[in-house]
Design a protein around this ligand. Sequence first.
Ligand code: GDP
Ligand code: IMO
Ligand code: MG
Length: 432
Amino acid sequence: MTVTVVTGTQWGDEGKGKIVDLLTEKTDVVCRYQGGNNAGHTIIVNGVKYDLHSIPSGILRENVISYIGNGVVLDPEQLIDEIRILKEKGVSITPEKLMISPKASIILEYHKVLDKCREQAKKDTKIGTTGRGIGPAYEDKVSRIGIRAGDLLNKELLQRKIKAALKEKNALMIHLYGAEPFDVDTLAEKYRSLGEELKTYILDSTFNFSDFIVGKRVLMEGAQGALLDIDHGTFPFVTSSNTVASYFPVGSGIPYNEGYSNIGLVKAYTTRVGEGPFPTEDFTSLGDSLRKEGGEFGTTTGRPRRCGWLDLVALKYVFKMSGFTSIALTKLDVLNSFEEIKVCTSYGKEGRVFRDFPCSIDDLKNIEPEYVTLPGWRSDVSKVRSYDELPDEAKDYIKFIEKELKTPVSIISVGPARDETIIRSEILLNKR
Ligand code: GDP
Ligand code: IMO
Ligand code: MG
């Protein structure tokens, strides 16, 4: 068995979908192990665009199994929609190709309504969630009143659990948010019927993922990015799951092993969608250029992404806790036309210099990024397929990142399509 972990190191949207799809050429199983349909992973193959939210990015390959693990929160309504859209595009989805852990947590209607009500009530302290019910569904899991995928197949149990959950939810709906309460029978019937539609994909309660992957090549597909992690991110402007690389054994149910290949995805600049601190955010025309060149609009909500230069202070913080064996550097082509490229190497605030990421929103307030400036390459790298052919300035940018993060770059993505990639196999295969 070999395991490769692919996770985002920034605030999400680093290009995980593209890199996972690329690596699945030599993979048997792809597993999503945290997050939910707040994720939006875009893959472009033969000019066709596929937006994946709940389904792992291995689904486009005929011989790859996509597994939705126990750590995921799953919206059955949205999943059925996603399956339909993919099928309409000619993607084959069968119970042999898509498997769902019976332990995955279910997002129900009331989670989505609660997510939206809370955001509306917050006014100035909004998190800018995707409104998909992610936080409320994880809350129910942790408070042990959540509904799991396997429960959808047991009519009586489902009815009982929804009834118990609605006691609290309806009190909140009526008395706190002035919203419509939910009817137990209607909801129980709706989710029973959605469960019926998904029945063939949901595994039985004796299924064991670690037994299943013996002798297989497995790829763990992270969602979001490390700076959105519930424990380690810019709390409270984070998502509600653990997004750091080290969560995958928990979210999938396999043992941890030092021999795994652990790829950290670094976008060549930084983006963030939603609220929260972002030290290198650029409010000038430069930020607009990055957004335009990089097509930085959310896959899930369509919101424009906030943009700025690469932040090595934040990245060093993430790398220290992640143990990456190599880096996949994405969207290098987006920097093609810039005369100079800046990289933030420290922060300044009130006469003090910070080289360590202060993971407190108060300490991050009014922080001034301090930059090192490197020359741009001002040429199109999107046709380049080998590291040696890259312009010297692009190589210098890569070397600078490798030196600062003490980690080699194994994959360089120079465009959204599968083949727009430079693979340094000698680095990548070192740990696979
Ligand atoms: P994810 O959430 O990490 O999977 O990233 P998204 O799919 O949300 O956002 C990344 C966007 O950049 C998608 O539209 C990809 O098609 C696109 N993309 C990925 N890699 C590259 C690249 O190297 N260059 C360019 N120009 N676009 C890329
Ligand atoms: P991928 O996998 C970027 C952000 C939201 C919001 C915060 C909390 O495509 O990289 P939530 O709905 O999770 O409660 O929202 O997290 N967020 C993402 N930002 N990419 C994502 O996923 C995200 N998933 C959640 O914008 O700021
Ligand atoms: Mg995304």
